[in-house]
Design a protein around this ligand. Structure first.
Ligand SMILES: *[C@@H]1O[C@H](CO)[C@@H](O)[C@H](O)[C@H]1NC(C)=O
Length: 208
């Protein structure tokens, strides 16, 4: 993990072992997690330009992981951190975890995880792309919990029947298209992070 260095990945500084817990020391991310940032600032403070910047920053970090053949498995707005300058960086990546490590205590992030990863533990760059679609939805809904009206136990069957998160108010059509592509049941048909990064960069360049 120390060999992974990118402006949009939270930098690992060191690991403290020997005590009862392993402590991980990273660069300081002054503005905390993206999901808290979205919820506490909301529509009055966060601009369209901020949203596209968060999306593009996160996608850039993920394109780097994808290029290194690394799979995140737990991409969500709670695992993206914001620094003093407002740059978003992906965190909690590259930590070795057993395939079912997230299943303890019913805290498996069902609403963020691709159907094939839930069903067959198939975690790939394409299941990360599904999660990225959910993360985009979080950005454009200012940190709401996905599928707000669906009980957790029913989410998977809704998805398999074709139900998807609705387009958030004020979310540009182009962004919602990316979400829909990311949520293709056929993992092969989801876009790569590299291609989404180029789309977001084009939108970022023209954002006002
Ligand atoms: C995604 O992962 C697959 C399987 O490991 C790999 O073959 C493919 O090259 C990766 N995609 C990109 C864009 O790196």
């Amino acid at each position: 993990m120390t060999s992974l260095q990118h402006p949009n990945l939270v930098k690992l500084i060191g690991v403290v072992t020997g005590g009862p817990n392993i402590q991980i020391i990273t660069e300081y991310m002054a503005k905390g997690s993206l999901v808290e940032y979205l919820r506490t600032r909301g529509r009055t403070i966060i601009t369209n330009e901020d949203q596209i910047n968060f999306a593009s920053d996160t996608c850039r970090g993920m394109a780097y992981l994808e290029s290194k053949n690394l799979v995140h498995r737990d991409l969500a707005a709670r695992n993206v951190l914001i620094n003093e300058e407002g740059v978003a960086k992906v965190s909690d990546f590259g930590l070795a975890r057993p395939v079912d490590a997230n299943q303890d205590g019913g805290r498996f992030p069902i609403k963020w995880t691709a159907p094939e990863a839930l069903r067959e533990s198939k975690f790939t760059n394409k299941s990360d792309m599904w999660s990225f679609g959910i993360l985009l939805w979080e950005i454009y809904s200012f940190g709401r919990v996905p599928y707000p009206r669906i009980p957790l136990a029913d989410v998977v069957s809704y998805i398999e029947r074709g139900y998807r998160n609705e387009q958030p108010d004020g979310c540009p059509e182009e962004i919602y298209k990316i979400m829909q592509q990311a949520w293709n049941l056929d993992a092969k048909l989801r876009p790569t992070f590299d291609s989404v990064m180029h789309m977001l960069d084009r939108m970022r360049a023209t954002a006002v």
